[in-house]
Design a protein around this ligand. Structure first.
Ligand code: NAD
Ligand code: UDP
Length: 350
């Protein structure tokens, strides 16, 4: 059955290098992603797989022939997100909180468990901290037991309210350690530290993805994030609430692009951290106007106070991902918002 402790077989990185440079014999090949590694019957664990990015990732992995185990405590996830794959014989959903140890023999682990919306992760800050510390330790133990590769979903919040633009991976960040966002930011920072320490001390195989704002189908309508909030309110013709004056920026990446970046990172031998995000910067005010226009322009724009420590600017430098993973976002903001709005129309109608 699923939890048998048989050892997992790793797939060697020796397949075809389609459309990308074959790695040279030198110590630092320019592009390290090997697409041939995507295809196969590897056993993959996705924690947080019932959430927004996780469920989109599970769909892709199932479509590629992998066996996928999804562990989720269902804090912000939903079974609805998994409706396309829940009946697949190669998919298993287990309600499990990663702060408790659990065993399954796998080749790869995508650790996505953790609420991503500020509203959600601030509801139970201590649990958020436990998830990205104790939970990450459990995932490292599991990865070590089976020789699996562990990819950690890190975040642009590593940079806090950054003083450097755009943000490169070598920027150390500007984080308030005791502010309302600290439970998320600081535990995600410690998670990176844990991965790097395990790699150095125990030869763990780790990957660190610094994910910037991502949007698309399977976001929860009421989870507090800006894209889902704005779209749902615009579709209902309700006031769109901009926090502050709306001059703060984010850079929005469509979820299919993000999933592709995560898979590429997993299938590479780049440890990271590596930024994954769309480098096109948009103000919150512009986003509100675009979404309101697409939905028919029935909403009024209202202003609410800016939450403490809300970052003023956020924009990824994705040079590293471009060079080493051959990755960059393909979906433009209007195209992605159109697809997301179509998804939310169905959800709102329901
Ligand atoms: P999400 O809230 O939609 O999904 C998170 C999933 O993890 C949910 O299904 C939730 O129930 C589950 N979960 C939370 N704590 C858990 C625990 N202790 N044990 C088991 N399951 C748990 O968030 P998302 O947007 O899909 O984000 C996925 C990952 O990517 C998160 O780790 C997040 O920090 C990271 N990330 C996301 C974004 C983004 O813009 N979406 C940006 C930066 C980083
Ligand atoms: N925001 C807003 N209205 C909302 C939700 C969010 O103006 O209904 C703002 C929020 O203050 C922030 C930006 O939009 O400046 C992005 O917020 P989100 O919670 O999506 O992500 P994060 O702040 O973590 O990047």
């Amino acid at each position: 059955m699923v939890d048998s402790p048989t050892s997992a077989k790793s797939r060697p990185l020796d397949g075809k290098w389609r459309g990308l440079d074959r790695p040279s014999k030198s110590r630092s090949p320019r592009i390290l992603y090997n697409p041939a590694v995507d295809v196969g019957m590897d056993r993959v664990l996705v924690t947080g797989g019932a959430g927004f990015i996780g469920s989109n990732l599970c769909e892709r992995l199932i479509s590629e022939g992998h066996t996928v185990y999804c562990w989720d405590n269902m804090e912000t996830g939903s079974v609805r997100n998994l409706s396309a794959i829940i009946s697949s014989p190669r998919f298993e959903l287990v309600r499990h909180d990663i702060i408790a140890p659990k065993d399954v023999a796998v080749d790869r682990i995508y650790n996505l468990a953790c609420p991503a919306s500020p509203v959600q992760y601030q509801k139970d800050p201590v649990h958020t901290i436990m998830t990205s510390t104790v939970g990450v330790m459990n995932m490292l133990d599991l990865a070590e037991r089976y020789g699996a590769t562990l990819l950690q979903a890190s975040t642009s919040e590593i940079y806090g309210d950054p003083l450097v633009h755009p943000q490169r991976e070598d920027y150390w960040g500007h984080v308030n350690p005791i502010g309302p966002r600290a439970c998320y930011d600081e535990s995600k920072r410690l998670a990176e530290t844990l991965l790097v320490a395990h790699e150095g001390q125990r030869n763990a195989k780790v990957r660190i993805a610094r994910i910037f704002n991502t949007y698309g189908p399977h976001m929860q309508p009421e989870d507090g994030r800006v894209v889902s909030n704005f779209i749902v309110r615009a579709l209902r013709g309700e006031d769109i609430a901009i926090y502050g004056d709306g001059s703060q920026t984010r850079s929005f990446c469509y979820v299919d692009d993000m999933v592709d970046g995560l898979v590429r990172l997993m299938c590479s031998n780049l440890r990271g951290p590596v930024n994954l995000g769309n480098p096109v910067e948009t103000t919150v005010r512009e986003l509100a106007d675009i979404i309101n226009g697409m939905a028919g322009g029935r909403s009024r724009i209202a202003h609410r106070p800016l939450p403490p420590d809300d970052p003023c600017r956020r924009n990824p430098d994705i040079t590293l991902a471009r060079q080493r993973l051959g990755w960059e976002p393909r979906v433009q903001l209007d195209e992605g918002l159109g697809k997301t709005m179509k998804y939310f129309r169905d959800v709102v109608d329901e």
